[in-house]
Design a protein around this ligand. Structure first.
Ligand code: AMP
Length: 299
């Protein structure tokens, strides 16, 4: 067997996951995979593919092309924006929202204009957008027909130069709209990066490996909202410590070698609760409080 066919055989065993090669979603996707233990073995920054552990090969392509590539079978899985998945309108299954690349697809109009809310928008309005299918669907569901002006970017200028009346575009903070004299009128959809597969793929023979990947990614996402908290607390306060530190199955209590006055209490605490928990532990006489990040958390 030649070297090339051997490589091809190995590649047939690996599942192909399409990842954004650049742009807003590229770093988030790689970081998430790395944290899940799938570090890409990238030969150079310009590589178009890289092995991710034993089971996956990453194919680096444009975020916009990922829904098509996965639907057509050029890749088995993909990470891209849910807005792009909606717009592609192909038979894809969303396996997991990934928690980054959050934005919304919004209708925006000139802030000195007549459109203040979606109901004001009359039939026949001209809409500049790079999301024509999603836009048309949204208006059709409200019984309105619109005239689409497809653009591939920089839609913000369109209402100011008479090309369109309103735009439908991605917004995260809204500052770009404001800077361009536009006002948000309605949200068409909320978006974030998602992991997708071809419809039916997970039910097939590769399903177990996909489910392992999903579980690994979920464990990273779950850990992001949690912290591991350790504190030495007086043994006499132990009952009350259990109220302050609920943990997943209750706190872990470990002996401290100090003639028995203290125990070490360890627990997983919601990130948003850490501040309050520390204050409550101090009230109970806790010392040596330590808070650390958690890499992965499987309940
Ligand atoms: P890219 O064109 O490769 O930079 O990726 C664009 C994707 O990033 C969009 O389809 C969204 O899923 C996501 N995204 C997140 N926030 C924004 C934003 N403020 N503007 C445009 N895209 C955004």
């Amino acid at each position: 067997m030649t070297r090339q066919t051997l490589t091809d055989d190995i590649d047939n065993i690996r599942l192909r996951i399409a990842l954004p090669n650049k742009g807003r979603l590229a770093d988030g996707a790689l970081e998430l995979l790395e944290r899940a233990g799938l570090e890409p073995a990238v030969a150079s920054d310009r590589s178009l593919r890289a092995d991710l552990g034993e089971d996956f090969t990453a194919l680096f392509v444009r975020a916009k092309d990922i829904p098509e590539f996965v639907a057509d079978g050029a890749a088995d899985l993909g990470m891209t924006g849910s807005d792009l998945v909606a717009e592609a309108d192909r038979p894809l299954e969303t396996l997991l929202p990934l928690g980054f690349g959050r934005c919304r697809l919004a209708i925006a109009a000139r802030d000195d204009g007549e459109w203040a809310e979606a109901d004001d928008i009359a039939d026949g309005v001209r809409i500049a957008t790079s999301f024509p299918r999603t836009t048309e669907r949204w208006f059709a569901a409200r019984g309105k027909t619109v005239e689409l002006v497809p653009v591939s970017g920089a839609a913000e200028i369109a209402p100011h130069i008479g090309v369109a009346d309103v735009i439908v575009d991605l917004v995260s903070t809204g500052s770009t709209l404001k800077m361009n004299g536009l006002r948000e009128v309605a949200t068409v959809l909320e978006a974030q990066a998602v992991l997708v597969a071809r419809e039916g793929f997970v039910a097939g023979e590769s399903g177990a490996r996909v489910r392992e990947l999903v579980a690994a990614l979920e464990s990273v996402l779950r850990a992001r909202g949690q912290r591991y908290l350790m504190a030495n607390v007086p043994r006499a306060s132990l009952d009350r410590v259990k109220d302050v530190l609920p943990g997943i199955n209750g706190p872990t209590i470990v002996d401290v070698m100090d003639s028995g006055q203290h125990v070490a209490a360890h627990a997983v605490v919601a990130k948003s609760e850490v501040y309050r928990t520390i204050a409550a532990l101090k009230e109970l006489g806790a010392e040596g409080i330590l808070v650390t990040k958690i890499e992965r958390l499987m309940p």
